[in-house]
Design a protein around this ligand. Structure first.
Ligand code: SF4
Length: 293
């Protein structure tokens, strides 16, 4: 039965990729599907480098999720924060810099101007000095002050658990809103950054470098795999009807945890320039799309 379930999951995954490659899914906002990395003849730059065929089977989703969970038991963001507001501000500040750099300035930032009330009334020149190590100090200072003011004006200083409301705030995009709603409010959302894009691409889960398309592709794969697992669990349950001790595994993948683990894996093992495939827990599953032999 286990073999049949695995085969069903693989068929779902391959069917999805075939549909995706023929444009069955809609284009992402603001760009042609996969336009970011496709060359003539439909092959990607990464695929030309590696010589890996697009027919390579994508890594088994459920097995990847399981192994990443074992490798990174605590799925967490590496940003330091104490509440939803600090998580929101830290995530906004993390654009085009590292979490470690953000963590080096936020203790002073949040210490001097606590909460949205404090930051909304801050002197931009003073905030700029604190944020200078991140680069683009004036822009970042103006952005977080505007964010604090808008949060006070529109939401009484409370961070909303609402995608549209969050994306309406200055400096907040889809990824930042997903991080806040996933990490603080416990929603299951796949926040896509450069690490998720790279690792998912190498695993054969997407051919795109466009965040919205990567999100669409990976979520579709996960949902197909979860549905196949649920079906398998139901069949096993029928076969063992009356067995009070029979337990089924939870087939629902937490997309927030998956996103955070893909980010950790991308930072520590599946690095941009020289992925450490020999030490990777996914080595025997991964088609290594775009990785030079
Ligand atoms: S490190 Fe290598 S084997 Fe591991 S996920 Fe990245 S490309 Fe695949």
């Amino acid at each position: 039965m286990g073999t049949i379930v695995t085969d069903v999951a693989r068929i779902c995954v391959l069917a999805h990729l075939i549909r995706a490659s023929h444009g069955a899914s809609g284009p992402p906002r603001g760009g042609r599907r996969g336009a970011g990395n496709r060359g003539r003849g439909g092959s990607t730059k990464e695929q030309r480098v590696s010589g890996v065929s697009s027919a390579d089977a994508p890594a088994d989703v459920r097995e990847v999720v399981s192994r990443l969970r074992a490798e990174y038991p605590r799925a967490r963001t590496e940003l330091d924060f104490r509440d939803a507001f600090e998580l929101l501000v830290a995530t906004v500040l993390s654009a085009q810099t590292t979490d470690a750099r953000v963590n080096s300035v936020t203790p002073e930032l949040f210490g001097r101007w606590a909460g949205p009330e404090g930051l909304a009334g801050a002197d931009p020149a003073e905030v700029e000095k604190v944020l200078k190590p991140l680069g683009m100090g004036p822009t970042r200072a103006a952005r977080v002050i505007a964010l604090a003011r808008a949060l006070l004006a529109d939401h009484g200083g409370e961070v909303p658990d609402d995608q549209d409301a969050l994306e309406a705030l200055p400096g907040v995009g889809r990824k930042t809103a997903f991080v806040v709603r996933g990490v603080h409010f416990g929603r299951s959302l796949l926040a896509v950054d450069t690490h998720v894009t790279r690792v998912a691409g190498r695993l054969g889960w997407t051919r795109s470098r466009q965040a919205r398309t990567v999100e669409h592709d990976v979520v579709a794969l996960v949902q197909s795999a979860d549905a196949a697992a649920e079906e398998g669990d139901a069949e096993e349950g029928d076969a063992r009807e009356g067995d009070a001790a029979a337990e089924t595994s939870d087939p629902t993948t937490d997309l927030t945890a998956l996103s955070l683990r893909l980010i950790l894996h991308g930072r520590r093992v599946c690095t941009a320039r020289s992925p450490h495939c020999a030490e990777c827990t996914l080595a025997d599953l991964c088609p290594r799309i775009g990785v030079a032999a």
